[in-house]
Design a protein around this ligand. Structure first.
Ligand code: C5P
Length: 224
């Protein structure tokens, strides 16, 4: 049997730089990229479009099972199509992130998305970005990174990202949202946000994007 393609997992709280770092790493290595947060976001969006009650776990799980979603690599990372419609911008709103973190607490939804996530592990390799990539989805990953940064710094980065996209947001409100979402992700019963036992924890508060990419590339160079 052919050896499975290598995986680098990049987990951590929102705004720690996972998306940017994972995209740059995948590009540098010529590997595939899994943005697992986008799967939870698109599930939340599909449920909203169908008018599903978020307290109805069976209905939300049906949505996750039946998702007609396509992830297409593009210059900005990945474009996301839901039932043929480009929803790449729509899923990035704070409101959609908030709903995503609610659907992500449902074990049956996580199970429904598991195989879709594992299907990304194809040659020549995969960079997987999320909350439980190293702990649950790819426990045998060759390299596991846990990126973190102070909540204030993460709120500042999200603020800049949104402003750059022309979306106006309040920094203090963003910090509250990030803290609330962290708490939900860390304290949920299924697949809580935490570093895998064998993860390398990288605090990016005072590191530049280039420094983090260089650090992770060096770590991979020593293994790969
Ligand atoms: O990373 P992103 O902000 O796009 O993720 C949206 C939400 O999806 C997170 O707040 C988290 O609750 C959930 N998520 C998750 N497991 C993942 C990726 C994201 O629970 N692997």
């Amino acid at each position: 049997m052919a050896a499975a393609s290598p995986v680098i997992t990049v987990d951590g709280p929102g705004g720690a730089g996972k998306g940017t770092i994972s995209g740059l790493l995948a590009c540098r290595l010529g590997w595939n990229l899994l943005d697992s947060g986008a799967m939870y976001r698109v599930t939340a969006l599909a449920a909203t479009k169908k008018g599903v009650d978020f307290a109805d776990i069976a209905a939300i799980t049906d949505v996750a099972h039946g998702l007609d979603v396509v992830f297409a690599p593009c210059d900005e990372g990945v474009s996301v199509f839901l039932s043929g419609q480009d929803v790449s911008s729509e899923i990035r709103t704070e409101a959609c992130g908030e709903l995503a973190s609610r659907v992500a607490t449902v074990g049956a939804v996580r199970d429904a998305l598991l195989e879709r996530q594992r299907a990304f592990q194809v040659a020549p390799g995969l960079v997987a970005d999320g909350r439980d990539m190293g702990t649950v989805v790819f426990p045998s990953a060759e390299l596991k990174i846990y990126l973190t940064a102070s909540a204030e710094e993460r709120a500042k980065r999200r603020h800049k990202q949104l402003i750059d996209k022309g979306i106006s947001v309040n920094l203090a409100r963003l910090l509250e949202d990030i803290t609330e979402r962290d708490e939900r992700d860390i304290n949920r019963e299924v697949a809580p946000l935490k570093p895998a036992e064998d993860a390398v924890v990288v605090d990016t508060t005072v590191l530049s994007i280039d420094e983090v990419v260089a650090l992770v590339s060096d770590l991979w160079g020593k293994i790969g």
